[in-house]
Design a protein around this ligand. Structure first.
Ligand SMILES: Nc1ncnc2c1ncn2[C@@H]1O[C@H](COP(=O)(O)OP(=O)(O)OP(=O)(O)O)[C@@H](O)[C@H]1O
Ligand SMILES: [Mg+2]
Length: 219
């Protein structure tokens, strides 16, 4: 049985990491749904950048304050992180039947480096193909929240990293990118209203996951 790749996407502070952790707790915790136990599916939690040893080093470079990093260099570092992650983690885990919860994937590069920084979308598609070897997510949860609401949440969290410090217009272009992606790939991307409480968003996600799992693993 091949596994499934479930990706969490959206602007800064939309709740990706929070919701991914909540999903992990749900799937392997006391309230683990019956269908998850029935198929004894293993769960892998990972992220981009930083899902491998090399990726952790690249993540540090990418998140460092005041680092002189050109837009193309940034794009290539993300691509290098993804190439390693796909080969070392995603493909082998999917081959062994795991369910993978991944914090960001290819759509982040399209939204941030493409729509946000203005780099060529067709070039990014090519780079994504090289890095992924064609591996697409089975389901991408787009946690949709107003950019300003998301940024306000991250400010409460503490110091802003390099990308978070970029101006508001940048983040609005990123949001536009996610909107366009959701329109272009409705079979893969599910929009989740993330303006509500953590609990409310988690309930919506559980519903989407339950529906998808029953299609993926019918009785
Ligand atoms: N629905 C919510 N309502 C209010 N606060 C939230 C909600 N979801 C997450 N938060 C809080 O907002 C902050 C950002 O959440 P989180 O780190 O999960 O977002 P993220 O999408 O992973 O952000 P980043 O893109 O920076 O990694 C955290 O302090 C978190 O506790
Ligand atoms: Mg996060």
């Amino acid at each position: 049985m091949s596994g499934k790749l479930i990706v969490f996407e959206g602007v800064e502070g939309c709740g990706k990491t929070t919701q991914l952790q909540r999903c992990q707790e749900w799937l392997v915790g006391q309230d683990s749904p019956e269908w998850f136990q029935r198929f004894a599916i293993s769960l892998v939690v990972t992220r981009e950048p930083g899902g491998t040893q090399l990726g952790c080093e690249l993540r540090q470079l990418l998140c460092e304050d005041n680092k002189a990093l050109s837009d193309s260099a940034e794009l290539l570092l993300y691509a290098a992180d993804r190439a390693q992650h796909v080969k070392e983690v995603l493909k082998p885990q999917l081959a062994s039947g795991a369910i993978i919860l991944c914090d960001r994937y290819t759509d982040s590069t399209i939204a941030y480096q493409g729509y946000g920084r203005g780099l060529s979308l067709s070039l990014i598609d090519q780079l994504n193909s090289i890095a992924t070897g064609g591996l697409e997510s089975n389901l991408t949860l787009w946690l949709d929240v107003d950019v300003e609401v998301g940024l306000a949440r991250t400010k409460n969290r503490g110091r802003l990293d390099r990308i978070e410090q970029a101006n508001l217009e940048f983040h609005q272009r990123v949001q536009w990118g996610y909107t366009e992606l959701a329109k272009a790939y409705p079979q893969r991307i599910v929009q989740v209203d993330s303006s509500g409480s953590v609990e409310n968003v988690q309930q919506q996600i559980r519903l989407v996951l339950s529906q998808h799992f029953s299609q993926w693993y019918p009785d």
